[in-house]
Ligand binder design. Structure first.
Ligand SMILES: CC(C)(COP(=O)(O)OP(=O)(O)OC[C@H]1O[C@@H](n2cnc3c(N)ncnc32)[C@H](O)[C@@H]1OP(=O)(O)O)[C@@H](O)C(=O)NCCC(=O)NCCS
Length: 154
């Protein structure tokens, strides 16, 4: 599993993190989830949620996922610009894969915008395969590319 850079800490997300998560989300996504959606996620069962914070407690990266039957669906993964290209998203996705394996899941599934080259390259590098497209999935009408990573041996 990819190492977290020194000085950073990974832990389960907490309700107190959501203001910082939503602020970073607003900075990084064209159609950011509002704070209440993250809060709603926090209260749900069958979830996997991690944050990476620096030694001051500032938000460096986050991942939110939910179980859909035997697949762990990556809802959100994002890294603060200051910490990008240091393996944080890779680490979070590795942890999600380990969780899926631990729980006997079949694999990880996610949607990505075809225009989001960096995210697409990240997933391809980790072995995700394109399953297909969801037409006009995003609020601005862009399609989504659906990608899947099987848990080995499942
Ligand atoms: C996509 C994103 C999550 C990647 O986070 P990250 O922590 O920088 O990713 P990593 O450091 O683990 O990247 C691993 C690999 O992915 C690929 N990659 C990541 N960002 C890339 C970029 N901007 N350009 C090209 N390749 C990129 C590279 O292969 C990279 O390996 P390398 O740095 O050794 O070349 C981050 O850019 C981000 O938060 N973007 C905005 C939010 C977003 O789009 N989230 C995904 C929605 S589907």
């Amino acid at each position: 599993m990819a190492a977290i850079p020194e000085g950073l800490l990974v832990r389960p997300a907490r309700v107190e993190d959501i203001a910082a998560v939503a602020a970073l989300e607003a900075q990084l996504f064209p159609d950011p989830w509002p704070r209440h959606l993250f809060l709603q996620e926090m209260g749900q069962p069958f979830r996997f949620q991690r944050v990476i914070v620096d030694h001051y407690g500032a938000m460096a990266a986050y991942l939110f996922a939910c179980w859909q039957v035997d697949e762990l669906h990556i809802l959100k993964v994002a890294t603060h610009p200051v910490y990008q290209r240091q393996g944080l998203a890779t680490s979070l996705l590795d942890m999600a894969l380990a969780e899926a394996r631990r729980q006997g899941g079949r694999g990880l599934v996610l949607e990505v915008r075809p225009s989001n080259r960096s995210a697409f390259l990240l997933y391809r590098r980790l072995g995700y395969q394109v399953l297909g497209r969801r037409r006009r999935y995003y609020s601005d009408g862009e399609d989504a590319t659906v990608m899947f990573l099987p848990v080995e041996g499942s």
